[in-house]
Ligand binder design. Structure first.
Ligand SMILES: [Fe+2]
Length: 233
């Protein structure tokens, strides 16, 4: 375990208030942040154990199935979790959530006029292996409107939450898909620093594509440092 964590590299992350992303104006801090000195409690505090994970937690094509398979294009999303020095982060919990293939979440605040899928929950989790690797099976999420501005549509994306070695290293971000024309119009994606944005785009991989089954995407995540994956504001 590292003795200390490097401070967040804010040049890798979006500003806490980005006016084009309207809700940040309401919820962003209006005073400067107060840095908290790291103490032993960040290193020794409880972290989420993985003893409660079940066999299907990482497989969104099966973990919400009631009477069949979810509709949509099946995909594999895999990659490695790395720390600020490029070292693998093993045994860390990753949680994901996403819209179904039609662009609809199972949540009462999502009233988008697109169908729910009775066989798709849209949430999953897994723990990285000894080399920091993870793997999810799911369907490609659809784009959806979000009323941030006139005719606003979110690009296809999957939300990620990573705990890292301790709560002090927690990262919440979004994974996008290569070639999506909505990326250049999306204030959330565009809110991240230009040099860091592409770290949120997964790479299509024919090597990770499973024949006759699912397209493969690789998404590596860096928790801290100059190469950090941008944090969601
Ligand atoms: Fe979303």
């Amino acid at each position: 375990m590292a003795a200390t964590y490097t401070p967040r590299d804010w040049a890798s992350h979006p500003p806490l208030i980005a006016p084009a992303y309207r809700s940040t104006v309401l919820r962003g801090p209006t005073r400067p942040l107060v840095p908290l000195a790291q103490s032993l409690s960040e290193l020794t505090g409880p972290v989420y154990g993985h003893e409660r994970l079940s066999e299907l937690d990482h497989d969104l094509t099966r973990n919400g199935a009631r009477n069949g398979a979810p509709l949509g294009e099946r995909i594999v999303v895999t990659g490695r979790v790395l720390d600020e020095d490029g070292r693998a982060v093993p045994d860390t919990l990753i949680e994901i959530w996403q819209a179904n293939a039609a662009g609809r979440y199972i949540h009462k605040s999502d009233q988008h006029d697109a169908p729910l899928d009775p066989n798709f929950l849209g949430a999953g989790r897994c723990v990285t292996d000894g080399e920091g690797r993870y793997r999810f099976y799911t369907v490609k999420p659809g784009a959806y409107p979000w009323r941030n501005h006139h005719n606003a549509w979110r690009p296809n994306h999957i939300h990620f939450s990573l705990f890292g070695p301790s709560l002090a290293t927690r990262l919440v971000t979004q994974m996008y898909f290569p070639g999506d024309p909505l990326l250049e119009l999306d204030p959330i994606y565009q809110g991240a620093p230009e040099a860091a944005r592409e770290r949120m785009i997964a790479r299509f991989s024919i090597d990770m594509t499973e024949p006759e089954f699912a397209l493969g995407y690789v998404f590596d995540i860096v928790l801290r440092g100059r190469h950090a994956t941008p944090m969601e504001t």
